[in-house]
Design a protein around this ligand. Structure first.
Ligand SMILES: Nc1ncnc2c1ncn2[C@@H]1O[C@H](COP(=O)(O)OP(=O)(O)OP(=O)(O)O)[C@@H](O)[C@H]1O
Ligand SMILES: [Zn+2]
Length: 465
């Protein structure tokens, strides 16, 4: 498997640190409704984690909720509602939307519940001489102490201007806040440096390390987060732990509207909740995954309609497969059936190769459209068990990663055994009928897909090559 790593800007072999892939993705700041731009990013990481599972890895996925932030305080002042009320309202709505969208996340840590951990993180950075306390009681990270600064985002720190307000008390204009001294009428927490609240970047360093350990495999978010958010996270985390922190930095491109990023602050959003009501989770997910996660996608009703009709097409194909499997001649295959079976195996290979190549979902989807075409023609006419059972298996794999068909079709990642056992039954049957040529064709087709069959007097066994 290969994956694009923003650190190094290249597609690299994916080698997680163990059998569990550990992922952390930056979640939303809950001061407004999440929109389909967020949804796209969350579904992209969901697709990745589903594919890892299909490949046999365990996955632990953490996505934070930013519930302390300037924008939340601003909204609270504007509306007269307490910040807790705002946070409760929008985080509930966010979690409901994720559930409807079938996005599975193991942990949703909140900043407000980790202030102690954050204070501890900041204190240790101060002890190590990487951060300093300013006159106001704010604490800043001393960027000059981290010599890899700028490596992730290709940014020159000197060009980073954070506004005049805090520059006076900072050693360098590019130092960033780890802890912000509170102003009147702002929520605050007690700390060794006086009353204040965490800066933005420190929350992700603290919570990811707390739940995933000192190194983990994937850190994700939208491309807008590469700088300064992820650059700063990396600087403070590696300064504390003293070794490389994240193996693969993965970033998603945007949903745009009239070519402009969909954004709460620009006011051009389609709330995820509304989109779910209008199109339903399957159409939305398929629409998100119809483009590569690193390409921007402009919203249009037309492409959404296309996604909707693709889902119908897949359901029709499934209905045919189910009827062939119900009434078909079980564990038997004709010459034509074997030829069709070979085609299905080629599509299966294309599907996996596409996803192995930096999660190329558009190409993977193209192979499933080809499969549907094959189901509507050859498989429907031949009604052959072997090709139908193999096609059904590929539809299951597709659904496990894309999550757009019936839930009952979700496979558990281990069903490969059942598929090969079924195919071996077909071969056994053909061999008993002395149809050795057909049986050899099946063996050769499987070998091309990396499944080696070993025949002996006791029967046939198999292994993955
Ligand atoms: N239009 C978009 N398309 C894809 N991903 C997005 C989009 N907008 C935000 N994201 C991603 O969603 C996650 C949560 O975002 P967050 O709440 O921090 O958004 P934000 O950038 O503050 O939102 P906004 O820009 O709408 O104010 C981040 O990983 C962010 O990069
Ligand atoms: Zn973050």
């Amino acid at each position: 498997m290969r994956i694009f790593n923003t650190l190094g800007r290249s597609v690299q072999d994916f080698e997680p640190s163990g059998s569990t892939v550990k992922m952390y993705v930056c979640g939303p700041t809950v001061y407004d409704e999440v929109h389909i731009g967020h949804g796209r990013t969350f579904v992209a990481y969901d697709m990745m984690s589903r594919y890892f599972k299909l490949k046999g890895y365990d996955v632990i996925r953490v996505q934070n909720i930013t519930d302390i932030d300037d924008k939340i305080i601003k909204k609270s002042n504007e509306t007269g509602k307490g910040w807790e009320e705002i946070v409760a309202m929008y985080s509930n709505s966010y979690l409901e939307s994720l559930e409807l969208l079938k996005v599975k996340i193991d942990l949703h840590p909140r900043v407000s519940q980790h202030v102690k951990d954050i204070i501890d993180f900041v204190s240790r950075l101060i002890e190590k001489g990487k951060a300093y306390v300013a006159e106001s009681g704010s604490v800043y990270f001393d960027v000059d102490t981290y010599d890899k600064y700028g490596e992730l985002s290709n940014t020159m720190k000197n060009l980073w201007n954070q506004g005049e307000e805090t520059i006076k008390e900072k050693r360098h204009s590019y130092d960033f806040a780890l802890w912000k001294a509170s102003k009147p009428n702002e929520p605050f927490w007690e700390s060794p440096w006086g009353r204040g609240r965490p800066g933005w970047h420190i929350e992700c360093s603290t919570m990811s390390t707390r739940y995933l350990g000192e190194t983990f495999d994937i850190h994700g978010g939208g491309m807008d987060l590469i700088f300064p958010h992820h650059e700063n996270e990396r600087a403070q985390s590696e300064s504390l732990i003293g070794h490389p922190w994240v193996k693969y930095w993965v970033h998603t491109a945007f949903i745009t509207i009239k070519k402009e990023k969909m954004s709460k602050s620009l006011g051009n959003i389609i709330p995820l909740k509304d989109a779910l009501k209008e199109w339903g989770p399957s159409t939305l997910r398929l629409w998100f995954l119809s483009s590569h996660y690193r390409s921007n996608v402009d919203f249009s009703d037309e492409t959404m309609e296309q996604a909707k009709s693709s889902i119908e097409r897949f359901h029709n194909a499934l209905a045919i497969l189910r009827s062939v499997l119900r009434e078909g001649n079980k564990f038997y295959s004709s010459q034509d059936g074997i030829r069709t079976f070979q085609k299905v195996l080629t599509m299966r290979q294309r599907f996996y190769q596409a996803l192995d190549d930096d999660f190329d979902t558009p190409s993977a989807l193209a192979s499933i459209h080809d499969l549907a075409s094959l189901i509507f023609t050859e498989i429907q006419q031949e009604r052959d068990f072997l090709s139908a059972v193999t096609a059904m298996d590929l539809m299951r794999d597709f659904n496990q990663v894309f999550g757009v068909l019936d839930d009952e079709l979700e496979s558990q990642g281990k069903h490969m055994n059942t598929l090969v056992e079924n195919i071996l039954e077909v071969r056994k049957n053909l061999r008993e009928k002395k149809m050795y040529e057909a049986s050899d064709l099946i063996r050769d087709a499987l070998a091309k897909s990396g499944i080696k069959i070993m025949d002996s007097k006791e029967g046939s066994t198999w292994r993955l090559e």
